[in-house]
Design a protein around this ligand. Structure first.
Ligand SMILES: [Mg+2]
Length: 177
């Protein structure tokens, strides 16, 4: 039987991109931004308006995508998923000029068991033809032709149109039980 296929997003699914914004905000302004972790929060409704433009430029910085923290249990669950599914990593990599090498190195370091044949650095994800897409961003989920699954992040807690997986343990339960 042909294995079903899953495309998995990187930022705020495998990595803690919200954490990187908080870290850089602290360095830039010498202030914490813990509220960015709260349900319903995003940059627009959390960062003071006069700082917003600068903070939105953080991903253009050279090191934004370097050595991001892993989401808990992600490595182990991806490894287990590979036994039953074709697992692809599908990450938008064309918007931010410095991200591609950092993302590549991050995958090599933390997921050496994922072949280069299963890594998709892309623009729009509507080109994907996998059976499932696990992503935190509505713009990717709403155009996906297979089964979209929303991975919970503070900025997507308002979404109700998709099956929601709150963490990697729930990803394992959904696909492997
Ligand atoms: Mg993402």
């Amino acid at each position: 039987m042909t294995k079903k296929s899953i495309a998995i997003d990187m930022d705020d699914v495998m990595t803690d991109a919200v954490g990187r914004f908080i870290e850089l905000y602290q360095k830039e302004f010498n202030e914490d931004l813990p509220d960015l972790r709260l349900p319903g929060r995003n940059l627009d409704n959390t960062v003071p308006p006069e700082r917003l433009a600068l903070v939105k430029q953080f991903p253009h910085r050279h090191d934004f995508f370097k050595d991001m923290d892993l989401q808990e249990n992600c490595q182990e669950v991806v490894r287990r998923l590979q036994e039953k599914y074709e697992v692809y990593i599908a990450t938008a990599a064309m918007e931010f000029e410095h991200c591609l090498t950092h993302k590549y190195n991050w995958l090599k370091q933390h997921f050496p068991f994922i072949s280069w044949t299963h890594i998709i650095f892309c623009g729009h994800k509507n080109i994907l033809g996998t059976d499932y897409l696990l992503d935190d961003a509505e713009r990717n989920l709403k155009t996906f032709k297979g089964t979209p699954l929303v991975f919970t992040a503070p900025h997507n807690t308002h979404l109700t149109a998709y099956t929601r997986l709150n963490n990697w343990q729930e990803v394992a339960d959904y696909f492997l039980k």
